[in-house]
Write a protein that binds this ligand. Structure first.
Ligand code: CO
Ligand code: CO
Length: 314
């Protein structure tokens, strides 16, 4: 939605704007000096877990993720809060504390924020990071012959929905929560010195939605092997039981015309992720090095020259 509105705005050409919004990348990148650029991103959302501390920490990990996806190091963060009023200040304190601890874990500094009164709670961060202009990771250079690697399992949306419906097992919620709490810093560091062609983080548009952005920006076709995609424990079961997030349907409607083929786990391939992993496109030799460094990373497909559709699912 925002894409369409942004596209209608007048463009101001600036040679130092290294990544703007036209390629639907994770963050904007602006060059300050030949050897220094800033990476800027913002993200906030409504609570997805009951516990305040956990919600705040996940919101922070999720916001930081776009900086890691661009190859940057987070430096400063501003909090963004919508809060119903003077009630439940203890809850609010827990959310802010969880967020601040995660920001701190990332070696990032909380420098301020802004709040508004709103009947619906929303929380997140605007994060600024730094990157050397020659080391920016974007979604626009995936090459035919690359291997696709995903660094976290899929299914946080389905499990959050199952939790709301009262059918999620405690163990499954715990594992999903731990996955959302995990910073993408480790994955970003694991690919730092590798010859990586494209990176994005898998968030609200789901695996196929973000794969589509890589395919479009890079003018290639991404072939996803559904049987190799890792899923969180319980996710397949809850998806079959119909615990599908509202965003999942929208993701499917948006991206389905770009996808050839289907699989038994199609719902999960469109499942909106919160604080999802990195989707990395890189040569096979580099992928082997990544697998040694990050055993949880899964090879889920490959890149082909552009054919009829940007995405093929097998
Ligand atoms: Co992103
Ligand atoms: Co984002």
């Amino acid at each position: 939605m925002l894409d369409q509105v942004l596209a209608s705005l007048p463009r101001v050409a600036d040679p130092d704007l290294l990544v703007g919004f036209e390629t639907a990348d994770d963050a904007g990148v602006y060059r300050l000096r030949p050897d220094l650029a800033i990476v800027q991103t913002v993200d906030f959302f409504t609570p997805i877990v009951d516990d305040g501390w956990t919600f705040g920490a996940i919101a922070a990990a999720n916001a930081l993720s776009d900086v890691y996806a661009m190859g940057g190091k987070p430096v400063t963060a501003l909090s963004i809060l919508a809060w119903p009023g003077a009630n439940d200040l203890e809850d609010l304190q827990e959310i802010l504390r969880g967020g601040a601890e995660k920001i701190h874990e990332a070696g990032c500094l909380l420098v301020g924020g802004h709040s508004v009164t709103d009947p619906e709670i929303k929380f997140g961060y605007a994060v600024t990071g730094t990157v050397h202009p020659a080391r920016i990771r974007t979604n626009a250079h995936a090459h035919a012959g690359d291997v696709l690697v995903l660094t976290k399992p899929i299914g946080t949306g389905v499990i959050a929905t199952a939790l709301k419906q009262g059918i999620a097992r405690e163990e499954h919620v715990r594992i999903s929560t731990d996955s959302m709490l995990a910073l993408n810093r480790g994955a970003a560091e694991a690919i730092e010195d590798l010859d990586v062609h494209a990176v994005t983080d898998v968030t609200g548009f789901g695996l196929l939605g973000h794969a589509r952005e890589v395919a479009m920006a890079s003018n290639v076709t991404l072939e996803i092997h559904a049987s190799r995609v890792p899923f969180l424990p319980g996710a397949v079961e809850y998806a079959r039981a119909g615990a599908l997030a509202g965003g999942l349907k929208n993701n499917r409607e948006f991206a389905a015309s770009c996808v050839e083929g289907s699989s038994e786990v199609d719902d999960l391939l469109y499942d909106p992720q919160t604080s999802g992993g990195l989707l990395v496109s890189l040569p096979a030799k580099e992928a082997a090095a990544l697998a040694r460094r990050l055993p949880a990373a899964a090879e889920i497909g490959s890149v082909r020259t552009r054919c009829d559709k940007p995405i093929v699912v097998r």
